[in-house]
Design a protein around this ligand. Sequence first.
Ligand SMILES: Cc1cc2nc3c(=O)[nH]c(=O)nc-3n(C[C@H](O)[C@H](O)[C@H](O)COP(=O)(O)OP(=O)(O)OC[C@H]3O[C@@H](n4cnc5c(N)ncnc54)[C@H](O)[C@@H]3O)c2cc1C
Length: 350
Amino acid sequence: MPDIEEKYGFPHALGHRSSLAGGLFEGCQRERAIKFHFSTSLVRVDAFSPKPVITVKPRDGDEYTVEADILLASDGIKSATRKQMLAELGTESQEEDTGQAAYRIMLKRSEMEHDPEMLALLDSDEVVRWVGERRHIIAYPVSNKQIYNLSSAQPDIHFASATNATYTTRGSKSEMLKMYEDFCPLVHRMLDLVPDGEVCEWKLRVHKPLPTWVHGSAALVGDACHPTLPHLSQGAAMAIEDGAVLAEVVSRIPSDKLHDPVTITKTLKVYELLRKPHCSALVDLAAHSGRILHLGEGKAKEERDRLFRENGKSGTVPDKWASPDVQRMIYSHDWIKEANSKFDELFATL
Ligand SMILES: Cc1cc2nc3c(=O)[nH]c(=O)nc-3n(C[C@H](O)[C@H](O)[C@H](O)COP(=O)(O)OP(=O)(O)OC[C@H]3O[C@@H](n4cnc5c(N)ncnc54)[C@H](O)[C@@H]3O)c2cc1C
């Protein structure tokens, strides 16, 4: 997507999640106010208000409690905080089955360089999506083109009967090859490089829309409140935007109200009012994009393929991640500006 930098001021970059996590960690290390407590789990939330109190446990130590002014729970799709928050509010945490699972594969340059077609993919600056009925594979080079990263989506066969706690499993290579047997030979050759016994399959789950993201002086962040299918590549992006908006709204708390639970709850509610409609829309759009990508033979697929051939001339592409109209909606939205311009108005409604 060469026009992204021209349109939005920054190039489209491909990276592995570990590079992103490493970059975020380095950024946090430069902030004196941030202290990491590694290998320490949240055991439970003892109170959400007036001040949040949590019990945590270091891996090799004893449990202890911590009281804070604000609790931001970014504990992912399986969020224990969300379950407790919803239980206190009298509702149940309801994870939702998507019927889809994903293989996640990383191929090294040394494994691919014997094959000119594979090498061309690795040396390209492109994202490729191979699409078939109820299945697709998306792939792109990461780590300075030393690794080719593939992620798929296909009907969930293995997790359907598993408990809700099961999210990853060791898959079977022969089943993976069978799942994609009608894809092109290049795909077969790449999948065949995965060593037996190293096929990793992830269940793709989401969550029913939440009644709220905020309770007392605690707020949910990222996948804890808006887990999404990966088809729009926006899950981590939304989590980062949540963090940016939280930083803006919390910085608007007057210094004499920094420890005031009422002001803190209202401030967190402003965050929710700003972010929830947008994140809910993107979660729906990711699911919608998946449905379009996974169409079987018929009129709808013919129309989709016509739009693919048009290649964005009408301003829209069936793969919503690559669609100019969706990109405009996502990439041109300045959340910091919006948080600042709307803060007073939204705070006054609470
Ligand atoms: C196959 C696939 C492909 C994806 N591709 C993309 C993409 O291209 N672009 C994109 O933007 N997003 C993508 N995503 C989505 C992205 O991975 C998530 O949206 C993102 O990781 C959410 O970040 P988070 O910090 O909210 O949650 P997580 O990344 O899940 O982090 C939660 C953290 O909380 C910790 N935790 C949980 N419980 C506790 C506890 N009790 N105590 C202490 N710690 C706890 C966990 O160990 C974990 O480290 C993809 C997801 C999948 C499954």
